[in-house]
Design a protein around this ligand. Sequence first.
Ligand SMILES: *Cc1c(COP(=O)(O)O)cnc(C)c1O
Length: 393
Amino acid sequence: MSSLDKRLGQRFLPYGANYLDWSDMSELRKVIEHQVLFRYQTETESMASRLERTVAERLGAHHALAVHNCTEALRLALISTRPSIGDLVYIPAVTFVAVAGAVLSSGLIPVLVDADDSLSMDPTLVPPDAQRVIVAHMEGTVAPLPAGVPYLVEDCAQSLGARFPDGRQVGTAGYAGTFSFHHNKVLTSGEGGLLVTNDESAWSTMRCYHDHGSARVPGHYPTWNQDAHFGENFVTSEQVAAVQCQQFRHLDELLAGLERMYAIAMGELPDRPDLEVRPRAAGDVKVSLRFRCESRQLRDAAVAALTAAGIANWTLGKYLLPDHPVLTGRRSLYRDGFPWNHAPDAPSALSHDGFARTRDLLDRTLCVPLSPELPEEEQVVAAKAVRQVLEAV
Ligand SMILES: *Cc1c(COP(=O)(O)O)cnc(C)c1O
C-alpha cells in the first residue's frame, strides 16, 4: 500500500484528522505537571474552564459547559427545561439514536419528524405549539430551524464549526447547542461533550444539575442551597479538557482543509448524470461529498467499488429512526415500561407518506469523506481516484 492508500483507506475514521502528536500536547503536559485531574480542585482557572471560555468565544455563545459526551449534553439541555414526565420532544427521523435515547432517559417521549430533500428535519412538519424540539445538523449540513419554539436544542455533534447563512455558528440560535468530541466527530478526545447556551438562567440550572445539584464554588467541597434539586455527576476531567483544548486549536485549520479538498473534489466529479453530488451550502462543514444515485443498485455497486479500491465511504440508512429497534420495540429496562407508559395517544411520527420518500433517498445516498490534513497534491490524487472508481461503476 502506498502512504496515500494507507491514509485514505486504513484510518477507521476518515474525517477526524486527530492532530494527536506529542510535540503538540502542551495543555496535557500542563495538567499532568500540575498533578490535578479534577476541575473543581483549584480556585484558579481550570483546563475545563479554559476550554469552555475558548469554545464560547469562538462560537459566539454566552456560556459553555463541558460534560462527558453529547448524549449527556442533550439530556442536560432537556432536563433543564423542567419538563413533566411524558412531555413530547420533536426529533429528526434521520439522526443518530443517541438523540432518542437522551429524550427517553429524561422521561420524555420522542416524536419522529420526517426529513426534507436534504435529509434534515423538515421544520414545516413541526406543530406550531411544539415546546421542545431537537434539530440535528447531520454530517456538517446546516439544517433549517423551526420558528417560535421555546426550547429549541441544536444537536451539533457532527457539525462543529458550521455556520448559518447569516454567519452565526450552529448551536447558538436556540435554547442550547450540543457538541460531541467522540472519535467519529469533527474533533476528538475519544469521548467528550459540550453544551452552549445564551440563556443565563438555563446555564446556572445546567451547571447545578451537572454537579449533583450543588452550588459549588471551585476549589471547595460542594454546598447545597435550601431550594436544591437532585442532580447527577456530568463533571468533566482536566486531562480530557486538555486534549479538547489542543484539538480545538486545530479547528480552523481543519475546516480550511475540508474546504480545500471539497473545492478540489468538486472539480473532479464523475461525469455521469445518474450519480450526482449534492452541493453543500457555504456554511456547511465539508465532512464529505454526498452523492445521490439514480437507483439503490447503482449506490450499492458504487459502495462495493469504492470499498474494493480501499476508499473510505459510508451510507446514511443507519440513521433512519422509524426503523430502529429502540424506537420500533418501545422497550425499556423499567418493569412498567417507563417512559413509554407515559406516551400520549398522539401520533409518534410526523410524515406525509410514512417515511417512504426518505427511505428511498437514504437507499440512494452515498458519502465519501474528505480528508482535511492531506497536502494539496494528495487531495488531488484522492479526488481523481474517487472519480475514476465512480466513472467505472
Ligand atoms: C455522535 C452523535 C451523538 C452522541 O454523541 P456522543 O458524544 O457519542 O454521546 C448525538 N447526536 C448525533 C447526531 C451524533 O452524531
